[in-house]
Design a protein around this ligand. Structure first.
Ligand code: ADP
Ligand code: ADP
Ligand code: ZN
Length: 214
């Protein structure tokens, strides 16, 4: 099964992707994570993407499509892919159609996480992750069971993204509405779009996602 999680920054795509990965054995393909890894590694892609990401803009379609195309050549994607944060523009969606056809893969569902913009500022400002295993947390909405200790791996090291601040959130939401929201109509036309209430608590969102996937 191959699915897309669609929604603005802070909608809960990464959170639900990790849960689906565990439950269904799917592979999470997060273009944000891949681009951040490229920046850290100082690759060509990373050097081109860094400033745009810091400002909350969108990295160019060519770069992102290239990264995804390469990733889909790895054998593990046969288990099924959760696209998290991709596609984000109409050219990216069209390129994905081509890539999937080329690799003999089909798209089963597009889960549209419906949220209030205003709440995304708080979601993103409070977001942090385990530095060891990547589990996502939130200052208010999802604290570890034992303060300062990762639920999943016991690590006491956490990190926050440089672009998770109030200034870039505004830019990122603007990009979402201008470039990404048109994909709702794009996928509605394919009959594969399923809305879920991204404002519900995390477990309830998971129940709705599971129901949408069947
Ligand atoms: P995205 O990948 O869409 O940007 P994340 O999954 O990283 O979003 O979630 C953003 C922040 O909001 C994280 O700190 C996460 O713990 C928290 N979060 C995710 N889903 C919910 C939810 N349904 N209710 C409240 N907080 C949530
Ligand atoms: P969020 O969790 O807030 O949705 P991501 O981790 O998906 O953010 O993306 C972080 C940044 O990486 C984006 O603001 C953008 O600069 C870049 N990026 C990630 N995916 C894409 C994409 N598909 N197209 C263009 N830029 C992207
Ligand atoms: Zn951890």
């Amino acid at each position: 099964m191959n699915i897309i999680l669609l929604g603005p920054p802070g909608a809960g795509k990464g959170t639900q992707a990790r849960i689906l990965m565990e439950r269904r054995g799917l592979v999470q393909l997060s273009t944000g994570d891949m681009l951040r890894a490229a920046v850290t590694a100082g690759t060509d892609v990373g050097r081109k993407a860094e400033a745009v990401m810091k400002a909350g803009g969108l990295v160019s379609d060519d770069i992102v499509i290239g990264v995804v195309g390469d990733r889909l050549d790895a054998p593990d994607v046969k288990a099924g892919v959760i696209f998290d944060g991709f596609p984000r523009t109409t050219p990216q969606a069209e390129a994905l159609d081509g890539l999937l056809a080329e690799k003999g893969m089909t798209l089963d569902a597009v889960v549209n996480m419906v949220v209030d913009d205003a709440a995304m500022v708080g979601r993103i400002s409070g977001r942090y992750t385990c530095a060891n295993c990547g589990e996502g947390y939130h200052d208010v909405d999802k604290a570890p069971a034992v303060a300062g200790v990762c639920d999943k791996c016991g690590s006491t090291e956490f990190k926050r993204r440089k672009d998770d601040n109030a200034e870039t959130v505004a830019a990122r939401l603007k990009e979402y509405h201008a470039e990404t929201a048109p994909l709702i109509a794009y996928y509605k036309a394919t009959g594969k779009l399923r809305d879920v209430d991204g404002m519900a608590e995390i477990g309830e969102v998971t129940r709705q996602v599971e129901a949408a996937l069947g």
